[in-house]
Every structure is written in C-alpha cells, then in structure tokens.
Design a protein around this ligand. Structure first.
Ligand code: PLP
Length: 223
C-alpha cells in the first residue's frame, strides 16, 4: 500500500534541503506508481530491466526513470531510449556501452559512477582508481554525462560506521571536483541513502535519496 502521508512528509523535508527523492518502485505494481505520480512524484527508481520495460510504456511518459540496480552491458540497449539517470555504473565497459547505445538514439544519458563504500563483499562498486579511470575515459564518450557518484553503506546498525562511509563518498566527490578534470563540470549529484538511513545520508552530503519501503510498504521478495 502506498503511504501518501510518509511521501508528503519526506518530500517536504527533502525539498527544504534541496535533496531529490527517487521513489524506489521495484516489485510494486504500476497502480502504486500511478498513485504516487498523481500525488506529484515524478522520479522513480527500478532495479530490473525486464520490470522497467514492462512498466515504462504503461505509465505517464514524463516520469523520470532512474535505473538503480546492477546493470548488465547486454541490457543497456533496452533502457537507452528513455532512461533518465543510471546510478550503478561500476565498470568502464558498461560506461562505453551506455555511450554507444545513447548515440544510437541521439541522446546524452546521465550516469552516476558507483563508488564502493561498504565493508561488505557483496556490494558492487568501484574504488578510487577505477572511478578516476572512468572519468578520464569519458572525455572520449560524448553521449554520456557523468553527474556524480552513487554509494551504498554497509547494512549495519552502527550509525557511526554508516556516517563514516557517507563521508567518504562526499570527500571523494569533492576531491574529484577539485581535481579539475574538464569532464566533471556537470558533477552535482551524490546518490546515497535509503529508507533506513536517508536522514543520516542527507546529514553527510547526499543530494539524492532512493526510498522504497517507507513509501510503498515492505516488499514481498527480498529483491
Ligand atoms: C531497493 C533499493 C533501495 C530502496 O530500499 P528501501 O530500503 O526499500 O528504501 C535503494 N537503493 C537501491 C540500490 C535499492 O536496490
């Protein structure tokens, strides 16, 4: 069930701070998305290409679709015609493929580089060197525009630890901006924070949060 009260509260709170809310609608039906859209939400996040491809044609065309999951290179072509922002670029080959598919559609696709901040082996992401390599290489990729970094903190109750991880992303972001790469001019986005830690994320430099369960209720599948 969609929680409109939570949505209103979170939207007002984030608007004051200039933070963008991405409503994470994975596993939820199009009717739930439509309900939140009717309330005024325009940015939605999905994790699975197949699911996004089924929902996108059935819903209003002015929705900004964020792809927040792990993206395989061979699936970029399916979302390239319409995707608004790809959060999880985690290797150069993928970035090159997004550039190629964007060119086919005469688009420039906005992307975030996924920076590894967690102390868990399971999460995807790049280290400082790999992120820097992507930024350098992007000068030859005119159909992608790198807007910043995305990160996921360790799944732990230790707030100090989580705060430290968010701080790491924010300082690396600032270092990259300060390094004056010609192609970080469009760098303005730090995507971090989910239902359980978005307040902490905002306090530690997030400009874009990805919230699912607080808006749509718990998910049936642990996806
Ligand atoms: C599912 C998911 C979210 C939202 O998680 P909630 O805890 O439901 O808010 C955010 N980011 C990513 C990458 C996700 O996969």
């Amino acid at each position: 069930m969609v929680n409109i009260e939570n949505w209103k509260h979170i939207t007002e709170e984030l608007a004051q701070k200039g933070v963008t809310l991405v409503a994470v609608s994975k596993t939820k039906p199009a009717t739930d998305i439509q309900e939140l859209y009717n309330a005024g939400q325009r940015d939605f996040g999905e994790n699975y290409v197949q699911e996004l491809m089924e929902k996108q044609p059935a819903l209003p065309q002015d929705i900004n679709w964020h792809f927040i999951g792990h993206l395989q290179s061979n699936k970029v072509k399916y979302i390239a015609p319409f995707v608004h922002l790809i959060h999880g670029i985690d290797n150069l080959k993928l970035l090159q493929e997004v550039n190629k598919q964007a060119a086919k559609h005469g688009r420039v696709i906005d992307v975030l580089l996924q920076f590894y901040i967690a102390e868990e082996e399971s999460k995807f992401g790049m280290d400082e060197t790999e992120v820097t390599e992507c930024i350098t290489a992007s000068s030859a990729l005119p159909n992608v525009r790198i807007r910043g970094l995305m990160g996921m903190a360790t799944n732990t109750d230790d707030q100090t630890q989580i705060a430290k991880e968010f701080d790491r992303l924010t300082s690396f972001f600032n270092a990259l901006k300060g390094a004056h790469f010609s192609n970080v001019a469009s760098f303005d986005t730090r995507s971090m924070g989910m239902s359980g830690d978005y307040n902490l994320a905002v306090a530690h430099g997030s400009t874009m949060v990805r919230i699912g369960s607080l808006l749509f209720g718990a998910r049936n599948y642990n996806k």
